[in-house]
Design a protein around this ligand. Structure first.
Ligand code: DPM
Length: 358
């Protein structure tokens, strides 16, 4: 029996309950993230029945190639979107940073949850316990496949060497601990925390060492754009401040035509209704870079108006002031334009070419 967008089931007492199917990747982190959102939804909507559907994606299958080399932008998201499209699932939980800044037609980000720490963290090989990136011996090998991390850290810590490391978090930790290939690896603090591995974090990198990726640390719920019921349901999960920061970050990245395969980094903050965005682009070795900062008012009283019902860099958030969303998006675009006027495209084009030739 089908009623509206929901599959319905009778619970034996004649009550019709909704079944919401949540799509997820099979990795442990993806499962933890999906379970976390499921718990939130259960608390808010006790009558809703949630089912979790796990699938493996191209990104999970290709474990030996650097992410930045595969070239498929929607690596982790395509199969899940296909399932959404076919109505096999009703929503999908992602790490926002894995979602392209332009979503395929028909999809939208219906919720952006409160951000965890967006920063990157150092996980040391146990034999290096007590050391930092500064004090690791000359020539120590650091594992990361992120061009963004490598570019910033090469410049900042020239005594270190950087090598690709791939696989899900479990695989990477294993590669670090069970061999002597890496002195340390760099991972997002948020993922480590969700996995319960906070104790392995020896150093959290502040913006002076390594700015973070667009959307890092925030969870996003992707839904069918036309599915008003589900959109309304998940919209209660939105965290306004995170929404505004991430709209600015995503608008910045989109304007630069950057994906997960270019060295682009950001830092955002909201304080007293002022949203500030620092953004940077880097050459692969970090020697060339451009970094600028701008801010805007996101006070709901400001006078920027926008049509309702509009997506901002893929995000639908009716319950966050539109004028603030417009201001946040404009901030990202303006900052990107400033960097472009100073030569950002040359830096990124060269980085892309060199990375493709690696
Ligand atoms: C993207 C990047 C990485 C992931 C590139 C970047 C890291 C790749 C690597 C776009 N997606 O950050 O510059 O280290 O080789 C990813 C992780 C999380 C989401 C893991 C991580 C968890 C944190 C979060 C992979 N995607 O970055 O350590 O929810 O933000």
């Amino acid at each position: 029996m089908e009623e509206g967008p929901y599959k319905c089931v009778r619970d034996g007492n004649g009550t019709v309950n909704r079944v919401i199917r949540m799509g997820t990747r099979k990795s442990q982190l993806a499962r933890i993230q999906t379970d976390y959102v499921a718990e939130k939804l259960k608390t808010l909507y006790p009558d809703v029945h949630l089912e979790i559907v796990a699938m493996s994606t191209i990104g999970d299958k290709i474990l030996d190639t650097a992410l930045s080399k595969i070239g498929e932008k929607s690596l982790f998201t395509k199969e899940l979107e296909n399932a959404l499209e076919r109505n096999e699932v009703d929503l999908v939980v992602h790490s926002l940073k894995d979602l392209p800044t332009t979503l395929p037609n028909g999809f939208t980000i219906g919720a952006v949850l409160q951000r965890e720490s967006p920063h990157d963290a150092v996980v040391l090989h146990p034999k290096n316990s007590g050391l930092t990136l500064d004090t690791l011996p000359d020539g120590s090998v650091i594992g990361t496949s992120s061009l963004r991390r490598a570019a910033q850290l090469k410049k900042r810590f020239p005594h270190l060497e950087f090598k690709d490391i791939r696989g899900n978090l479990n695989t990477r930790l294993k590669k670090l601990d069970e061999k002597e290939d890496y002195a340390a690896i760099i991972l997002a603090a948020a993922g480590l925390k969700r996995m319960g591995w906070e104790a392995r974090v020896s150093q959290v990198l502040g913006p002076e060492d390594c700015m973070y990726a667009v959307g890092q640390g925030a969870l996003a719920v992707e839904v069918r754009a036309r599915d008003c019921d589900i959109l309304e349901m998940v919209s209660t999960l939105h965290h306004s401040e995170t929404v505004l920061r991430c709209i600015a970050e995503r608008a910045f990245l989109r304007r630069l035509e950057g994906g997960c395969s270019v060295p682009v980094a950001v830092n955002t903050e909201v304080k007293d209704s002022v949203l500030s965005l620092t953004g940077a682009v880097y050459s692969l070795d970090g020697a060339d870079s451009l970094k600028e900062a701008m801010e805007t008012s996101v006070d709901p009283g400001n006078k920027l108006v926008a049509a309702a019902d509009i997506q901002h860099v893929g995000v639908t958030a009716h319950n966050v002031p539109q004028c603030a969303q417009v201001a946040a998006e404009k901030l990202g675009v303006d900052l990107a334009d400033l960097l472009l006027s100073k030569g950002a495209m040359e830096i990124l084009t060269t980085a892309r070419k060199l990375n493709d030739a690696r």
